[in-house]
Design a protein around this ligand. Structure first.
Ligand SMILES: NCc1[nH]cc(CCC(=O)O)c1CC(=O)O
Ligand SMILES: [Zn+2]
Ligand SMILES: [Zn+2]
Length: 367
């Protein structure tokens, strides 16, 4: 017996009240108050994840492809990321595939090709993503090839669709698009990518009706059962795409995208977009950006419960995390885990992130 208990015992004897004595002898312990017993060992901590661990196959790595076949160009706004030419892809991706890379998403960045209002370079036979799809599907047959489908890397005006010819008074900086012409054009581009070997097409344009147009296009081309459709369903007009726009060579003076991307506080509208795209034939629903939109990720599990939920940790989220780590605010690996685990907790089972190469190492280490 410790001396403290003895002292208390003696004191109680002196007071000599039987009820007081009993209270101390058998205090009303709340057993539910003690939870740290379940997390004192690293393995115990893993067991607290509700069966939802980060795994290598959850990660999709975004890759920027130049039309210069020998390019290996540093993207200054996106630390550690480069624009790659087709001749560099084998040396770049080979080691990652060996480490367990399961999926990439390709973005074309034509630098020499001539852009026009309908985004003609998007599905030109020589366009970098078509060239890369043909090459990569032979080189790494197990690697899941997703392609971002959008017109903004290919249009002269830098917008994601075909612009409306109708005037838009008072909204000169937020042009409207022609939804039907845009959906048709985007479907045409998506089918071209599927024909070139894409296992999944991921339209990021946010044009109304494009999911149905793409699904029908794939089916008419006989590719409906060979190409998945991942919809950027809840894509918000975010300040976090800045580094991407430099990476993808979007003209700086193109105005904003508020007339087709969702307003950040529009939760109900996001739910409508999720339900709509699920009903139009999407196979996977995506939320973008991720960290400020965890509630929307969670909504996907409720409003499209029969579809996997993906989320995109976008360029600005990545750059912010890297910058904070460089400032010593936190450790890079810790914050990469904390943010992506929050996405998994909210309901995501697929994560698009520029941290993918690091995760292939980190997931092999003791965390
Ligand atoms: N439609 C283009 C597109 N596809 C993916 C991203 C963002 C990716 C990132 O920021 O990492 C964007 C940017 C945008 O809409 O401005
Ligand atoms: Zn776009
Ligand atoms: Zn408007």
């Amino acid at each position: 017996m410790s001396s403290a208990v003895c002292v208390r015992f003696i004191t109680l004897r002196v007071v000599s009240s039987p009820t007081f004595y009993l209270q101390f002898q058998a205090p009303p312990l709340d057993v539910t108050s003690m939870i740290s017993g379940g997390i004192h060992h690293p393995v115990l901590r893993k067991w607290q994840n509700n069966g939802r661990n980060l795994t290598k196959s959850m990660f999709i790595y975004p890759i920027f492809l130049s039309d210069d076949p020998d390019a290996e160009v540093v993207i200054s706004s996106l630390p550690g990321q480069k624009r790659w030419g087709i001749n560099k892809l084998e040396a770049f991706l080979g080691p990652l595939v060996k480490k367990g890379l399961k999926g990439v998403i390709l973005f074309g960045v034509p630098e020499a090709m001539e852009k026009d209002p309908r985004g003609s370079p998007a599905d030109d036979e020589s366009t970098p993503v078509i060239q890369a799809l043909k090459f990569l599907s032979k080189l790494f047959p197990q690697l899941m090839l997703t392609v971002d489908v959008c017109l903004c890397e290919y249009t002269s005006h830098g917008h994601c669709g075909i612009l409306s010819s109708l005037p838009n008074p008072g909204h000169s900086n937020a042009p409207t698009v022609d939804p039907e012409a845009s959906a048709q054009r985007i479907a045409e581009v998506a089918v071209a990518y599927a024909k070139a070997g894409a296992h999944c097409v991921a339209p990021s344009d946010m044009m109304d009706g494009r999911i149905k147009a793409i699904k029908l296009g794939l089916m008419h081309a006989g590719l409906g059962n060979r190409c998945a459709l991942m919809s950027y369903s809840a894509k918000f007009a975010s300040g976090l795409y800045g580094p991407f726009r430099e990476a993808a060579g979007i003209p700086a003076n193109f105005g904003n995208r508020k007339c087709y991307q969702l307003p950040p506080n529009a939760r109900a509208l996001a739910r409508r977009a999720i339900v709509r795209d699920a009903n139009e034939g999407a196979d996977i629903i995506m939320v973008k950006p991720s960290l400020p939109y965890l509630d929307i990720i969670s909504d996907c599990t409720q409003y499209a419960p029969n579809h996997p939920t993906a989320c995109y940790q976008v360029s600005g989220e990545y750059a912010m995390i890297v910058a904070g780590a460089e400032k010593g605010i936190y450790g890079l690996k810790d914050m990469a885990f904390e943010t992506t685990e929050s996405m998994v907790r909210a309901g995501a089972s697929i994560i698009l992130t520029y941290f993918t190469p690091q995760f292939l190492d980190w997931l092999d280490e003791d965390q």
